[in-house]
Design a binder for this molecule. Structure first.
Ligand code: LLP
Length: 436
């Protein structure tokens, strides 16, 4: 557990803000996603200060990490821009009242409808990721009589040290144009289009990255590429370095504070500016796009312990009322988490258990071989660092309801996503005429 002012143990209980975790579980039920507003605000402020320390820039929140209207409002109030990757995410930030000029639309295969929606909303930048998108966007912008600002996603061919599913800039990635291949020609093509304005580049090298030297290498490669463009008379006004900073999940990971996370942002922005100056380039406006590092540690999932099954000498299962429908990350990536029995927070974590979900498959685990206090039916289990890519990747598998989300802000706590009912689960079910 990476403790902080709003996540701590007192009198044998785990606290989130002013609330005992057990109190939240009792009031709102389990499974329950809890998000800590103060932590999110603190990270946002630290990141915005960091990106602007050595020049001008912006922090765009990667909505894919956690998409809810209330947290988008919170991020916007702290000066964040938004990275959206679908019409749905665009709709969400519109509903949160975000300034559309501060929205970047990503995606390697935006649909014609999504392109229409982005243009109609008047978003700041499309981040172009395919030849097909150039054609469509130029044509559709032309039909509307507008010139759309665009960034181009480039692949610097840097391989970050993370797991393969989230590695994005390795040579085999499905994302971006290769800086050593067709990227320059693609940009020249864009620059010649009547309804597109080339504004800059976007790079995202992966997610859950601790080794920051990968960012440095990417910056070196991309600023070299910018120099090549400059030689052809093309200026890069904006450089978006993506997101991807690794967070604390288990005690094998560093325990950072928001301020320490912000050093990463500060260093990326500084290096990009220094390298640009060194290579005689115009100072680009620097954008960073963190998701996980803003909301990941802000989230704690609360469960009620149900069945406990011990296979002596083999494995002890502690089953909870959640599972892969609300946290699919073990099933997908064998992700690791740390956990605590919230009502036994001062007891030693002297057992090693596997936390199982309630779905009908053996791979439905929250984590394997985790240290935990002695668990009994009815205990409240807290799993930490679940704010990113849990709620946003949840499903109704086995027709389990996606848990509600409660936002805690000091001594206030309230729903930001309400509980799903059985009726909600069947809302879009219908029976065709001929079967009636
Ligand atoms: N920008 C772009 C273009 C991205 O593709 C991503 C993440 C981000 C920013 C934000 O990265 P972050 O700061 O959150 O690492 N589902 C996976 C993570 C997938 C990340 C996808 N792209 C997981 O649960 O670990």
């Amino acid at each position: 557990m990476n403790t902080r002012d709003t996540l701590y143990v007192k009198d044998g209980s785990l606290y989130i803000g002013a609330f005992r975790a057990t109190e939240l579980a009792e009031k709102f039920g389990t499974p329950l996603y809890v998000m800590d507003a103060q932590y999110i605000a603190e990270v946002c402020d630290a990141f915005v200060a960091a990106v602007n320390k050595s020049g001008e820039g912006a922090v765009a929140f990667a909505n894919k990490a956690f998409a809810a209207v209330a947290t988008a409002k919170l991020a916007a109030a702290h000066g964040l821009w938004f990275d959206v990757v679908s019409g749905g995410e665009l709709y969400l930030v519109q509903n949160a009242g975000a300034d559309m000029k501060k929205v970047l639309f990503h995606g390697n295969n935006k649909t014609p409808r999504e392109i229409d929606e982005g243009l109609d909303a008047g978003i700041g930048y499309f981040v172009i990721d395919s030849l097909n998108e150039i054609e469509l966007l130029d044509k559709k912008a032309g039909e509307r009589g507008v010139v759309q600002d665009v960034l181009v996603r480039v692949n610097p061919g840097v391989s970050a040290h993370t797991y393969e599913a989230v590695m994005t800039a390795a040579p085999f990635s499905k994302f971006g144009f290769d800086v050593h291949g067709d990227a320059a020609d693609v940009i020249k093509d864009i620059a010649s289009r009547k309804h597109l304005r080339f504004c800059g580049l976007h790079v995202h090298i992966g997610s859950q990255i601790y080794d920051h030297s990968s960012y440095d290498t990417a910056i070196d490669v991309v600023t070299d590429f910018m120099r090549g463009l400059a030689a052809d008379g093309i200026t890069t006004d904006v450089l978006d370095m993506g997101g991807g900073y690794g967070i604390y999940y288990t005690d094998e990971d560093p325990k950072f504070t928001p301020r320490r996370y912000a050093y990463t942002v500060e260093n990326i922005a500084l290096r990009a500016r220094e390298k640009s100056a060194e290579k005689g380039l115009k100072q680009p406006f620097i954008i960073v796009e963190p998701g996980r590092s803003i909301v990941g540690e802000a989230g704690i999932t609360l469960y009620t312990v149900g069945a406990v099954k011990d296979f002596p000498g083999v494995r002890k299962y502690v089953a909870v009322d959640g599972g892969m429908f609300e946290n699919p990350r073990y099933a997908l990536y064998e992700s690791r988490y740390s956990a605590m029995i919230a009502n036994k927070a001062d007891k030693p974590a002297d057992e090693v258990v596997t936390i199982a979900g309630k779905c009908c498959e053996s791979g439905d685990l929250i984590g394997k071989d985790m240290p935990l206090q002695h668990a009994e039916t009815g205990d409240i289990l807290a799993v930490f660092s679940t704010g990113a890519y849990n709620y946003s990747m949840a499903s109704n598998y086995n027709l389990n309801a996606v848990p509600p989300v409660v936002l805690v802000d000091g001594d206030k706590a309230g729903y930001i996503v309400k509980p799903q009912t059985y009726r909600d689960l069947l809302r879009n079910n219908t029976v065709p005429e001929w079967m009636k």
